[in-house]
Design a protein around this ligand. Sequence first.
Ligand code: ATR
Length: 279
Amino acid sequence: MLRITGKTDVYGIFGFPVKHSLSPLMQTAAFEALGIDAVYVPFEVNPDNLGGAVSGLRAMNIKGINVTVPLKEKIVPFLDRIDEVAAFLGAVNTVKNENGVLSGYNTDGDGFVDSLEEEGVDVRGKTVLLIGAGGSGKAVAFALLNRGAGRVIIANRTLDRAVALSEKLKSYGDVEAISLEDVERVLSSADLIVNTTSVGMRETDPPLFDYEVIPPSVVVVDIIYKPFKTELLKVAEEKGAKIINGLGMLVHQGARAFRIWTGKEPPVDVMKRVILEQL
Ligand code: ATR
């Protein structure tokens, strides 16, 4: 049973909305599993009140928070320090409070690559066809290059956005921008296909491209975990491809946040189990 005392440390998540978040469940289970006297609670923070909420972290000695949509970029100017990854992305998903000094991190991209490693997928030297050039696409593309991907081809509905992202990333590795219409042309050269767009969250979403042409040799990853198996993953599986959904990314971005806050090895299996039970 959860036992809150005067010594219990408080952690949480800022989001707007935040009701859908699975992080409170996952992080509280992690604290409990390791016998750490801490709780993790949701904070619904209207973007207009973000400055006040961040001051509140210092004022109330809240030890750490995660940050989710639509606050990841907006929180940056309110923090005291930003690590290299978060600085590059211009977005923070994890904040650690050390005696009122707030440091911002971003564990999304590395959490994504960790989730591939967990599934036995080594990104080093691989060619990745990455669909989407928004915040998630940027985080994933940057981590893939940092962790040794050989080539990242960014495909986006709005080509200009893919081009802009590829320009930003080009000093980190081999990057190319293409429009969504050209995806089928490059499919045969890809070892991995990654969807970082929101397409597939709704059953009525039209496909990003003709999924029937997915070769069995490719690994197909969707960062969506609700639904558990998007149309992209369903068809890819039928075609014989290995598929990975976004559950692992969710767990591993949280695991990295946990490590930043506590310095302890996160109980990844426990974190994954409580989320699976919820979904
Ligand atoms: P996030 O931070 O979650 O990545 P975002 O910055 O709004 O969200 O980016 C959403 C991504 O999904 C973009 O790459 C977007 O393509 P555009 O840049 O062309 O807008 C992509 N996306 C959203 N809806 C889409 C759709 N119906 N078809 C194709 N791409 C879509």
